[in-house]
Design a protein around this ligand. Structure first.
Ligand SMILES: C[S@@+](CC[C@H](N)C(=O)[O-])C[C@H]1O[C@@H](n2cnc3c(N)ncnc32)[C@H](O)[C@@H]1O
Length: 244
């Protein structure tokens, strides 16, 4: 386990300035728009009328995409800065999203079990990620679906490294380590750690998705380095189901 605590990591997320938090658009950001969101939605399956937990919802763009599709959404987010922005947008839009401020590793009772839990780009931010993952699985009804995404542990800082060298370089993969971020750290663990943990929780992995960017979309961006998303997967998205 990491040397920093969950509370310290959450406090770091709370230092995100308001202008950075509000820079997210309705699809999050460029990589999420083009690589992540459609895959998450597809892997979650039917949403209309389903009770869905957005675990570590950030400023809530994905909760809003879920609510747009008819889901009854509970969004758990512990960091003040992100949660405040999500609530502000909910006050404007009134989509009926329920917000809960909590650490996933100490999840309060959220009521009825969920049809699906999505945990997008969160476990890599949580020091005690095994407790967080266990809580997500425990929140599901039998046969419920758990979909989580990560920066692909084999291709972290893909855009930055590719932009510098014209290809990807990696010299450390198998151990666990902390990676400093602009506001809060991420934590590297090999992909097998996540996959084996979800299996040990009694889930059946139903899909592992390593999305690549459409070459034409990359060309249209006009931004050098975007071709890295065509060649290599920036994200990995995993779906799993509990016993039915
Ligand atoms: C990279 S952001 C992703 C947010 C959102 N899911 C998205 O895709 O935009 C990571 C999020 O994890 C949250 N987080 C960090 N530690 C957490 C914990 N122990 N429990 C729940 N969320 C946590 C942070 O506050 C932050 O909102």
């Amino acid at each position: 386990m990491s040397k920093i605590s969950n509370a310290e990591a959450i406090a770091a997320w709370s230092t995100m300035p308001a202008d950075v938090v509000s820079a997210y658009d309705d699809q999050g950001d460029y990589p999420k728009r083009h690589l992540m969101n459609a895959n998450l939605l597809r892997m979650l399956g039917a949403l209309d009328g389903r009770r869905v937990l957005d675990a570590g919802s950030g400023e809530g763009y994905f909760s809003r995409l879920l609510a747009d599709r008819g889901a009854d959404v509970v969004a758990v987010e512990p960091a003040d800065a992100l949660r405040a922005r999500a609530r502000e947008i909910e006050r404007d839009r009134g989509q009926g999203i329920t917000f809960v401020q909590a650490d996933l590793a100490e999840l309060p009772d959220l009521g009825r079990p969920f049809d699906a839990v999505v945990c997008s780009m969160v476990l890599l931010a949580v020091p005690d990620w095994k407790a967080a993952m266990a809580a997500c699985v425990a929140a599901l009804k039998p046969g419920g679906r758990f979909v989580f995404s990560l920066t692909h542990p084999a291709f972290e800082d893909l855009f930055g490294i590719w932009s510098k060298y014209g290809h990807y370089r990696l010299d450390r993969y198998l151990d666990d380590y902390e990676m400093p971020g602009d506001y809060a750290p991420d934590f590297h663990r090999p992909l097998s750690a996540y996959l084996n943990q979800i299996i040990s929780l009694g889930c059946r992995i139903t899909e592992v998705c390593e999305p690549g960017l459409d070459p034409q979309v990359a060309a249209d961006s006009g931004v050098e380095g975007t071709e890295s998303y065509v060649a290599l997967p920036n994200f990995v998205i995993i779906s799993a189901e509990t016993d039915g």
